[in-house]
Design a protein. Structure first.
Length: 196
């Protein structure tokens, strides 16, 4: 009978302590999971903001069409670093319009100047086509001109203007630089460049 008066196992001191330890472990685990989940959510939000900041930085650091045009033209004109730097008179990009003005002071013959100007115009226009924000590309070449009295003055020798609509029509893979004058929205060349 003494055994029957014994308390059931769930009322034993060791069982109560076991339940308390298990309850503390479960509660601690729940709080740890929620803390970890909060930290993971905070990390995800932080990384999303960081990715967006990196994307914005990439867009901000992407060269503008005028910078790309200037780099491209410097490769074509001049043989020394100083000549290449002095080639670009100006390169501007505003409201979708790109305009570059080139100084071709070191080219000796009209035929060479025309060829260099047209091939560079080709590369410039092809490059501007790949920039969807460019609505118009203007290309101006200046060179020293000698009047009948022997006076030398720098002036425009070629002006090419092309709209986005025209750029989109050109297949640069098969297009010839010599045809720029027939497809450009506006084309002018100085009589000194005209073939004689």
């Amino acid at each position: 009978m003494a055994e029957n008066s014994k308390d059931p196992f769930y009322q034993q001191w060791w069982f109560i302590i076991l339940i308390i330890v298990l309850a503390v472990g479960i509660i601690e685990n729940v709080f740890d999971d929620s803390t970890q989940a909060r930290m993971e959510r905070a990390d995800a939000i932080t990384s999303a903001f960081q990715e967006e900041a990196v994307k914005e930085e990439i867009v901000e650091n992407k060269p503008t069409p005028d910078v790309i045009a200037a780099q491209l033209i410097k490769k074509r004109f001049g043989s020394t670093k100083e000549e290449k730097e002095n080639t670009i008179v100006s390169a501007e990009y505003e409201n979708g319009v790109v305009e570059v003005i080139i100084s071709a002071n070191k080219i000796s013959t009209a035929k060479t100047l025309k060829h260099a100007s047209l091939t560079t115009a080709f590369d410039y226009l092809k490059s501007m086509k790949s920039h969807p924000n460019v609505t118009q590309a203007t290309y101006i070449v200046q060179a020293p001109l000698t009047d009948p009295f022997g006076n030398v003055k720098t002036g425009d020798v070629m002006i090419v203007l092309m709209s986005r609509e025209t750029l989109e029509k050109i297949n640069f893979q098969h297009f010839k630089a010599g045809n720029i004058h027939t497809v450009a929205d506006s084309y002018w060349e100085h009589p000194a460049l005209t073939d004689k």
